[in-house]
Design a protein around this ligand. Structure first.
Ligand code: CA2
Length: 188
């Protein structure tokens, strides 16, 4: 797990994503059949395996000093459970709902209910494919959608969500009432 700080000549250096409120935590969810990546349909989904993709996400997370939790499920109910669970202890969600993108009101409702900033990712460009893939039930409750960039899409989602969460933390701090800022500084 990446650290929030390091020592340099006796000085503590804090990493940007690890402010007062602790390290950012992001849950990454892969939907049904994503476990087959690399083994079938390489012309659509590429040749990278799920393990290799997860390793690339973990590597970037380490660089950004973000803690990520990666999961894949073929079950809609399990994905809903993991989204609900993320409410406590997580700052945001990255999800490729795969086939459930185009069918699942339950996943959409779970994302809306937890209220965590969520980025939707697709390996393929869903808007260039069959008509039934053009509609996403998730897009309306996500802060953004990345589609068609292959595994790079997850890395862009991680950077984007990191920047979004860091900016909203900073904004919360600066918009705190003046009295509590004074109290935090120990001034009157
Ligand atoms: O492009 C994407 O990431 C999708 O979410 C992938 C889903 C598809 O239903 C969406 O419309 C777009 C399918 C995931 C299936 O993944 C496979 C990977 C390798 C071999 C077969 C399926």
């Amino acid at each position: 797990m990446p650290r929030c700080w390091s020592l340099s000549g006796g000085i503590v250096l804090a990493y940007p994503g690890c402010e007062q409120n602790g390290m950012l935590r992001i849950r990454v969810l892969h939907g049904p059949n994503i476990n087959l990546l690399g083994s079938r349909e390489p012309s659509i989904y590429g040749t990278m395996s799920l393990d290799a993709m997860d390793s690339a996400i973990l590597k970037l997370a380490e660089e950004l000093a973000v803690e990520v939790d990666l999961r894949q499920s073929n079950s809609e109910g399990e994905l809903v459970g993991w989204i609900q669970e993320a409410r406590t202890g997580y700052d945001g969600i990255i999800i490729n709902p795969a086939g459930y993108t185009h069918t699942s009101v339950a996943i959409r409702d779970a994302i809306a209910a937890v209220g965590l900033p969520t980025v939707e990712v697709h390996l393929s460009n869903i808007h260039q494919r069959e008509e039934f893939r053009h509609r996403s039930y998730i897009a309306g409750v996500a802060i953004g959608q990345i589609s068609g960039l292959g595994p790079t899409g997850y890395l862009l989602a991680l950077r984007g969500l990191h920047d979004h969460l860091t900016a909203s933390r900073r904004q919360k701090k600066t918009s705190a009432p003046a009295t509590s800022r004074r109290a935090a500084k120990g001034t009157r």
